[in-house]
Design a protein around this ligand. Structure first.
Ligand SMILES: NC(=O)c1ccc[n+]([C@@H]2O[C@H](COP(=O)([O-])OP(=O)(O)OC[C@H]3O[C@@H](n4cnc5c(N)ncnc54)[C@H](OP(=O)(O)O)[C@@H]3O)[C@@H](O)[C@H]2O)c1
Length: 251
């Protein structure tokens, strides 16, 4: 099978690429570093020639609802249009648990992405996952003031990005199925504890300041909206096991 992976160098996307290649699939990576800008569609027509399935794991770093909607709206429309022209049979989008219930900030773009995929011309599957274990590293790097790391007050049920990548390849090997069962990690944790444990394992211990974010988005992060709902499938690797991998990789 020929699989194109939008965002194939990213945290989840690179696991899609390595898993698909390990299973014998031909893989095309769609990122700016491979010459494809999904926001303009430049280079897509050529890249999608002969592709059977597109897995969209691209992302943008923003908390702005407008910027997120612009990014996910444009990349989804550009992908679906090019897929129709190329005769792609299956579009798979990676989304986030809770983005339908709290379509604010970054999640506003994810909600728009889901709507465009559902209404689009290509048979589809959407996988909603909870935050990856690696999200703690993304947060730690993003909001630092001197020695203090700012962390949103949030409960998360983190899942290994590797397991998300493997599930996306499972889905690519099957027929389009609409909304797949959500994928979450094995336990609910407080984000400030996750970031503290990551920082220590990475050899950069830091003071953590937990901040409640305002508005509907902040409430959703605090009240369990972004943790697994009934019917979710649970990943295997615990956050503590992932942190131990980070610690070992350093020593
Ligand atoms: N992070 C989480 O905890 C989490 C949890 C659940 C779901 N998700 C979803 O999973 C998906 C992947 O997230 P991630 O954290 O793995 O992303 P990421 O690590 O930030 O990677 C983003 C990818 O998108 C590519 N990209 C960005 N702008 C592009 C553009 N204009 N044209 C082409 N490629 C572009 C990047 O490559 P270049 O920079 O080379 O272009 C990179 O490969 C997102 O849809 C996100 O909403 C994330």
């Amino acid at each position: 099978m020929k699989i194109a992976v939008a965002g194939g160098t990213g945290t989840a996307g690179h696991h899609v690429v390595t898993t698909a290649r390990a299973r014998g699939h031909e893989v095309v990576v769609l990122t700016r570093s491979t010459g494809i800008d999904l926001t303009t569609g430049a280079g897509l027509a050529k890249a999608l020639a002969g592709v059977d399935v597109v897995v969209d794991a691209a992302s943008v770093q923003t908390q702005s609802a407008r910027a997120s909607r612009e990014f996910f709206g444009s990349i989804t429309t550009n992908l679906l249009t090019a897929e129709k022209d190329a005769g792609v049979a299956h579009h798979i989008a990676l989304s986030i648990v809770g983005s339908d219930l709290a379509p604010f900030g970054y999640y506003a773009g994810k909600a728009l992405q889901e709507q465009r995929v559902e209404a689009g011309p290509i048979p589809w599957t959407i996988l909603r996952a909870t935050q990856f274990h690696e999200f703690a590293r993304q947060i730690f790097g993003q909001f630092k003031v001197g020695p203090i790391a700012l962390v949103p007050k949030m409960f998360s049920q983190p899942v290994a990005a590797r397991e998300v990548g493997e599930r996306l390849v499972d889905l690519a090997e099957r027929a389009p199925s609409g909304h797949a069962p959500e994928l979450a990690g094995p336990e609910v944790l407080r984000m400030s504890d996750m970031v503290r444990a990551y920082a220590s394992a990475a050899g950069t211990p830091a003071r953590i300041l937990e901040l409640p974010l305002p508005g509907g988005f902040g409430k959703a992060l605090r009240d369990g909206t972004v943790t697994a709902r009934a019917g979710a499938e649970l990943g295997v690797q615990t956050y503590a096991q992932w942190v131990e991998q980070v610690r070992r990789a350093r020593s």
